[in-house]
Design a protein. Structure first.
Length: 206
């Protein structure tokens, strides 16, 4: 998992409420178990017309937002089914931060496990950041995870809260497997002692 320090980017405004995981990545693209390659189908129904051409009215197809790493969204972002492909698609497109008034619980956990920072802020603050995002290429946000701040285009800052464990995991670039692997010496030591004291438990492992 990529380490997260700071991200400075034009933020894409997506004020839609209740953006579900099927909108983020439609079910027909869930056949793969690869985390790469889903970015081209992110918000597929909104980004493309029935003939496969781009919809110029959708925010991520507009020139100012094609490289956005930050998304400012409406309430209850990530609701619907628990597909992990949703954060995979966001990450593969290049989104590292989503800011919204609220998130669906399962999507929230899946996103952090895949290196995406989700920031929950009051509606009125999200509205201000949405206004910043709508200014396009003339306005950038800087998200500093260590300081837990968002710097707006006018230089003012917004503080945000985050669970200490999730914060450190993002900074270190470690998912649950990576965190477990950090304890490999302790695990190896335990297994060695356990093999010696209860060898019958390890008979099938030989």
């Amino acid at each position: 998992m990529d380490k997260f320090t700071t991200v400075t980017s034009v933020a894409a405004p997506l004020p839609t409420i209740n953006v579900d995981t099927d909108m983020i990545i439609p079910a027909r693209f869930l056949k793969t178990i690869q985390r790469k390659g889903l970015g081209k189908n992110l918000f597929d129904a909104q980004r493309y017309k029935p003939d496969g051409s781009e919809n110029p009215d959708f925010v991520l197809n507009k020139p100012a937002y094609r490289q956005s790493q930050i998304l400012v969204a409406g309430p209850n972002f990530g609701c619907g089914s628990s597909r992990e492909h949703a954060p995979w698609a966001l990450k593969d497109f290049g989104i590292r931060v989503v800011i919204a008034p609220s998130f669906a619980d399962i999507f929230y956990g899946n996103s952090f496990k895949n290196g995406i920072l989700l920031i929950t802020l009051p509606q009125e603050i999200c509205d201000q950041l949405m206004d910043d995002a709508k200014k396009g290429a003339n306005a950038r946000l800087t998200v500093d995870l260590e300081a837990q701040t968002i710097t707006r285009p006018d230089g003012s800052t917004v503080k945000f809260e985050i669970d200490k464990f999730r914060k450190q995991a993002l900074i270190d670039g470690l998912d649950e497997i990576g965190l477990t692997e950090q304890k490999h010496k302790t695990i190896d030591s335990f297994e060695a002692k356990n093999r010696a004291s209860q060898p019958w438990l390890w008979a099938q492992a030989r």
